[in-house]
Write a protein that binds this ligand. Structure first.
Ligand SMILES: Nc1nc2c(c(=O)[nH]1)N[C@H]1C(S)=C(S)[C@@H](COP(=O)(O)O)O[C@H]1N2
Ligand SMILES: [Mo]
Length: 191
């Protein structure tokens, strides 16, 4: 086998190896990462289960229906990439994910006024106006520098916007720009 044939054969081999892994990943059930409640559409899950929804119960959430997204459902929405300078290391990083606005639309949110409480796993829960979600083009980031974000880091989801691109925000010091950007996002209440 010459070098070209060998490379072609090993590429085929790699493809044959990767294909079943991909198929398995597609059929494996994947956990909900984000639940949206409040003024949503029909929803795809029922009320808070006080026995089994322990984190949400502990954080005082109540709802009679919700719209849930797993990673694939979020990744299936059109993604945008932003490149804000992060306060953690003072460097620009790429963040990719669907526009928050489109995630809300996919959950059947029809209103344009009102507010959102975006809740993170550590209980941090900033409230922003729906209009600001739109004006600042918030995204629900699924990837940081091309990689999914770990729980324990900034993930699995981060509601964030391109702070460098808005003069009123970019004029603030780095550590004052991201107060409305919960990392570890897992729940949004539409009010
Ligand atoms: N999940 C979560 N996100 C958060 C915070 C937090 O405490 N928890 N703090 C916010 C604030 S006030 C700022 S200034 C930035 C940086 O805070 P941090 O160092 O706590 O991440 O993240 C924002 N996002
Ligand atoms: Mo802050």
């Amino acid at each position: 086998m010459d070098k070209r044939e060998f490379l072609a054969a090993s590429a085929l081999g790699a493809a044959a190896f990767a294909a079943p892994a991909r198929a398995a990943a597609q059929t494996l059930p994947s956990p909900t990462l984000l639940t949206i409640t409040g003024a949503i559409g029909r929803g795809n899950r029922g009320p808070l289960d006080p026995a089994l929804d322990q984190l949400m119960k502990k954080q005082g959430l109540r709802f009679d229906k919700g719209h849930t997204f797993d990673f694939a459902a979020l990744a299936a929405l059109p993604a945008v990439t932003i490149r804000p300078t992060l306060e953690y290391d003072g460097k620009p990083h790429s963040l990719r994910g669907p526009l928050l606005e489109n995630v809300l639309k996919a959950a059947g949110v029809r209103r344009e006024q009102g507010s959102l409480v975006m809740r993170a796993i550590d209980g941090y829960a900033p409230e922003i106006k729906l209009a600001d979600a739109h004006n600042f083009r918030f995204i629900v980031a699924t990837h940081l520098d091309g990689k999914p974000m770990p729980v324990g880091g900034l993930g699995p989801l981060w509601a964030v916007f391109d702070a460098d691109r808005f003069p009123g925000v970019a004029s603030q010091p780095l550590n004052a720009r991201f107060g409305n950007c919960p990392w570890g996002l897992y729940h949004i209440e539409v009010q």
